[in-house]
Design a protein around this ligand. Sequence first.
Ligand SMILES: *Cc1c(COP(=O)(O)O)cnc(C)c1O
Length: 434
Amino acid sequence: MKFISTRNINSITGFRTAIFTGLAPDGGLYNPMEDYDLGDIFNTFNGSASFKTICRSAALKLFSPEIEKSTVESIIEKAFTFSPKVHILDKKISLLELFHGPTCAFKDFGAAFLAASMEELLSMENRKALILVATSGDTGGAVARAFFKKRNIDVVILYPSQRVSPLQEKQLTTLGHNITALEVKGSFDDCQRMAKEAFLDRELKEKINLTSANSINPGRLIPQSFYYMFGYIAYKNSAEDIVFCVPSGNFGNLTAGILAHKWGMPASRYIAATNVNDVVPEYLKSGLFIPRASITTLSNAMDVGNPSNFERLKALFNNNNQDMNSVIHGEAITDSETIQSIREVYERYGILIDPHTAVGYRAARNYLLKNGRGKILILATAHPGKFTETVYRATGIEPEVPDTLKMLMDRPKRSIIIDPSIEELKTFIFKHFV
Ligand SMILES: *Cc1c(COP(=O)(O)O)cnc(C)c1O
């Protein structure tokens, strides 16, 4: 699989370089260069095919022969020890549950694939890498868990002291082994600045194979297209058009769905569901993309005022607003509608959903009111037990916290406190990893 930069179509690179650099040298994002034809997959498989089987088939078409068949198979085998599940609500609406992975949110899929790919490629070359991530909470947890005990890889996480939730902090600080948590006396912006400075630092670059694992890395993006394929195949026998509804923030998840679409998945439409941080639904309406400061909401993993994947999404539609409108429908949902939706889903279907999924549910209902047609698969992006307070506020019921998360709360926190300075970070890295 070859990638091109969103800023220069002559900047072409292979999968290996793309995942270890993350970003193109010109500052653009990597998109797949070719339009693959995965149409076979949607004819061959039926609802009884396992997620791994579908992933293997898709990954071989995308990555082989550049990457050897046995390596691709081994990556899939190691990455996907968990699977999405389809949960039917009624004739019109189902959930594609993406929260059955180790940190109970959809980011596990991308992180697991990236970690398995890096481990395989590094061991073939007998090289080591140090992954540096700045996190405001959830992403760091998914990355830490995915890279835990991966050979030839160390992970350093920068997180803002006292500004992440207790559960998030436990996800970052209790693993140990190859995962080190640096507790920065500063804000998330400080953490991000330190990471950026480290990636630009000459001395570090010379002495160490420093790499990132953030959400724009194509190694996290591509595998996210696999669960759309799985959802489509599980649902495909319906006589009606299939519509995916995607709770969105940085728009990586939706972009992956559009990739599956380009590769021949016959879903008819995609709903971009946001909270009041609605710069993309606004762009769809007006043709103007106007980034702005983010607003805090109950669906906080989607509080993004300048979505980093928008440049990528736009490039996939050749920067044509009309083309994007023919495939994507935008809906923005308020916090009070989010609360109402959690309550409505509980009353109608007897299940609890998290606030991000609730944004998707409301958007799906709005879409049906406007369009009538279509069977909708809503991507359920997080387990309700990660957002107990909001779910309780909406329903009066405490959702069950999954065991994998409960266990963490009893583990001792281990972090190293540092000042928000690149010099301190460099000193730490040189002392421990060179
Ligand atoms: C990250 C996240 C989102 C937003 O996904 P994007 O790919 O950034 O659009 C939605 N829901 C949850 C629970 C998340 O963690």
